[in-house]
Every structure is written in structure tokens, then in C-alpha cells.
Ligand binder design. Sequence first.
Ligand SMILES: C[S@@+](CC[C@H](N)C(=O)[O-])C[C@H]1O[C@@H](n2cnc3c(N)ncnc32)[C@H](O)[C@@H]1O
Length: 262
Amino acid sequence: MTTTTSTPSDWQQWQTSWDRQQEWYMPDREERFRVMTDAVEAVAGRTPLVLDLACGTASISDRVLRALPGARTVCVDIDPALLTIARGHFAGDERVTFAEADLTDPDWTARLPHASFDAVVTATALHWLDTEPLRRLYGTLAGLLREGGVFLNADHMEDESAPRLNAAMNALLTARQEGQRREGALDWSDWWTLVADDPALAEPAARRFALLGDPREPRPAGARPGRPTTTRWHLDALREQGFTEARQVWCSASDALVAALR
Ligand SMILES: C[S@@+](CC[C@H](N)C(=O)[O-])C[C@H]1O[C@@H](n2cnc3c(N)ncnc32)[C@H](O)[C@@H]1O
């Protein structure tokens, strides 16, 4: 891990600014985290061992630990800059450990400090994976969960049976987002520009840009062609990969939270 001279309050500020940036895209982000945390408690109790997959700055671990102070979380991500913020945010908290890993690497689980978890949680991340690596990852997660454990994935996925309803609700969200941009809301590219300009984050940000691309460059909107876009795909793939039950437990017009039992 890179050492920095920033104070703990800097990390809290970065954590908050990450949350605001993500909420600009997903105004209902906290709602999905609440349902996710409730599902963890319902299935795994108040002292679960949780894997926070593609954790970013570890916002989900933060919400889980606030709701369930006896929980422990392992946070895994490929991005050195977001992990630097997460490590700073949780410095001194022995309930949280970190692993830097690429989820498409066949040996990524070797980097984890535990072989089995009560719950695996993830949000707004797995749409970064192509279809077959994602399907394989679901099989790997079924193997990492103890019997009766729960997997929760909140991500961009839609109910394709209602395209006009989805389009109308998405148009309202877009109009609201445009208004918030005029009032100064940061998007992905703006946020990474600020990160790269912070001397405490410039080095891990440069490594992130080399690994995953530079988010300050314009990128095409929408899902990459060929990647799964429907809730149905995720539920079918989870059952096929060894989960005994899988269902949607929350949704908006463009996103859903799916839960699956091992
Ligand atoms: C939009 S962020 C979401 C982070 C966090 N779950 C949240 O909701 O705030 C997506 C995350 O997925 C991570 N990610 C994408 N591809 C990955 C991969 N192949 N291996 C590990 N992490 C990956 C990114 O680095 C990023 O932190």
C-alpha cells in the first residue's frame, strides 16, 4: 500500500465525495444498500463475515458495519486509488481487511484471508465484466459462500418486459440529473480529475489509469455490447451456477438488487 501524509478527515471527505458522485447517477443508492444490509442480517445474523466485492471506497462495508457493528468485512477491488481511500477511511478498524485483486484472474480468491463467507455483497460493479467471466464469477462465489449464505448484487439490470415504462422513468431521471449538473454535481470524469490532482492520490490514480483506463477521457454511454442487461439473465445464471434460490429484492427502472441463497 502507498503511504501518504493525509489526515483521516481527508479520507472521510473523499469517501463522502465518492458517495455524492455515485448518488448523482443513482439517487436511490442508499435505499438499495439498506435492503442489502437487511438481507445480510436476515440470512446471516448480526455478526456475519462479509465479502465486499469490487468494493471501491468500501461504501457498502461502511453501511453494513453501521447497521451490524459485530460484522467483519473483507473488501476486494482492482483499483489502487479507490482502495487507498477505503483503507484511509477504515484505518485502525480491525473489522475490515483489504485485498487488491482482479476478479477476472482465475486465482483471485487466493488473495482473500478467508476461504468461506456468510455473505457476499456488491454494487454497480459486475456490469464491468463480460458475460462469460461474470458467469464463472457467479460459480466462484457459490463456492466461497457457506451453505445457506447469501449473495447480493445491485447493478444496472432491467425488466425488459416494460420498455416504455423504463424509458419514461429513465427520462425523468436524466432530466433531474441535468438540473443537478447545472447546480454543480460532479460526474465520473470530474471526480477522477479531482482525485488525480490530489498529491495523496496521484500515484495510485496513475496506476489505476494504467490498469483500467483514464476516466477523464470521454467514454461511450450504456452497457458494452454483448454484456448482460436484464435481471432475468442474472437470476438464471445464479441458479445455473449453484445457488438454490435467486430473486429480485429491489428495483428501479434501470437497476435491480438480486439476492441468491447458496
Ligand atoms: C462504480 S464502482 C462501485 C464501487 C462500490 N461497490 C460502490 O458501490 O461504491 C465499480 C468498482 O468495480 C471495480 N472493478 C471493476 N472491474 C473489476 C475487476 N475486474 N476486479 C476487481 N474490481 C473491479 C472498480 O475498480 C470499482 O471500484
